[in-house]
Ligand binder design. Structure first.
Ligand SMILES: [Zn+2]
Length: 356
């Protein structure tokens, strides 16, 4: 079995100096002024309201990201909700993403955190991969078992015209001809992989469809990212509510009614804690919070992991690097940490592979 970190690295998630400089240049060029503030995938009247709110001073409550899990009093409905403004803004800073890509990545990170936090096992990790065929390219989010996440987008500065002022076209930049896959790695045995075709590329719908199709669990998912006029993340979060086996037929009706009445995620979160999401979706179901923890953007890279990733590259390329004798610089694409290695640290490829 291949550890998750290695899987990520071997999927081209590490880049060397040249390409990182290139990315930085593109980022700078992409900083063009954007005339409109940006609201994601939320109905127009609400988008107006949340945009206005997003321009106001931010409450301190939004500084700490938090995830909570609650269950209805009858035990048939569970919900996990997240406020993720901080980690989404961190992702935006690392990747220099355009507003529409920030929204796409932020939604994916929120969902990955919600699902990852349900893996109880220490050392477990969850990888979400979305390949929609759109200008953003692949989106990857990885969560640890506590819901701490990191993410990566192939083309962070990709952009598409907004559907209308204030409504970012997330489905347009992600694309919808492809798959959403989820890999759960419990650190032992084969990782469990599930996949489903994308529905709209709007992310929340795609996760709901994934659970219905791939895991046969009736699921309601809502995700939102509000990007302010200056491109920073003003609010972000979401929830996944699921019916547990034996749930009465009307349970999903209650949830759907509540969701429709609740309005948009970023509107509910604005100035409120993550509890407001649970309260809104679980009206009439007497929810009880059973778990609460703070989450953050967190990368698990290290010199050792990067070194073993280097040892895994093509043999000819590896030997070429050693023969040149120049220091090798590698930047982690999840967090932008730069690792510098002396060529003597690389060692003989065959022996380094053996010693892994
Ligand atoms: Zn890293």
């Amino acid at each position: 079995m291949v550890p998750t970190a290695m899987t990520s690295f071997s999927s081209g998630l590490m880049r060397r100096r040249e390409s990182s400089a290139q990315v930085a240049a593109i980022t700078t060029a992409g900083e063009a002024a954007r005339p409109e503030p940006s609201q994601t995938a939320e109905a127009p009247q609400m988008a107006e309201a949340t945009q206005t709110a997003g321009e106001a001073a931010r409450p301190e409550a939004s500084q700490t990201d938090e995830i909570i899990r609650a269950i209805s009093s009858d035990g048939f409905v569970s919900i996990t909700a997240i406020s993720s403004r901080g980690l989404t803004e961190r992702a935006r800073c690392i990747h220099g993403s355009s507003p529409v890509v920030t929204a796409a990545l932020g939604r994916t990170l929120a969902a990955a955190s919600i699902i990852g936090s349900s893996m109880k096992k220490e050392g477990a990790s969850l990888t979400v991969r979305i390949n929609g065929g759109g200008p953003a390219g692949s989106i990857i989010a990885v969560s640890d078992h506590e819901g701490n996440v990191r993410g990566y987008v192939q083309n962070p500065t990709a952009d598409v015209p907004s559907i209308r002022p204030g409504k970012l076209d997330v489905g347009g930049v992600v694309g919808k001809t492809g798959m959403l896959s989820i890999i759960r790695d419990f650190g032992e045995g084969e990782p469990y992989t599930g996949a489903a075709e994308l529905v709209s590329g709007e992310i929340a719908e795609d996760f709901a469809a994934y659970f219905a199709y791939s895991e046969q669990v009736p699921t309601v998912c809502a995700l939102g990212v509000l990007v302010a006029r200056d491109r920073t993340v003003a609010a972000a979060g979401g929830y996944i509510a699921q019916l547990l086996p034996g749930a009465p037929d009307d349970a999903i009706d209650i949830i759907e009614r509540n969701v429709a009445a609740a309005g948009h995620v970023t509107g509910i979160l604005d100035g409120s804690s993550v509890d407001a999401l649970v309260d809104a979706v679980m009206v009439g179901l007497s929810p009880r919070v059973i778990e609460r923890r703070s989450v953050e953007y967190r990368c698990s890279c290290s010199r050792e992991r990067v070194l073993s990733a280097i040892a895994g590259i093509d043999k000819a390329e590896y030997e070429d690097m050693r023969q040149k004798g120049e220091p090798v610089e590698v930047t982690c694409q999840f967090c932008d940490t730069v690792y510098l290695f002396d060529v003597s640290e690389l060692g003989d490829k065959d022996s380094s592979l053996r010693s892994k």
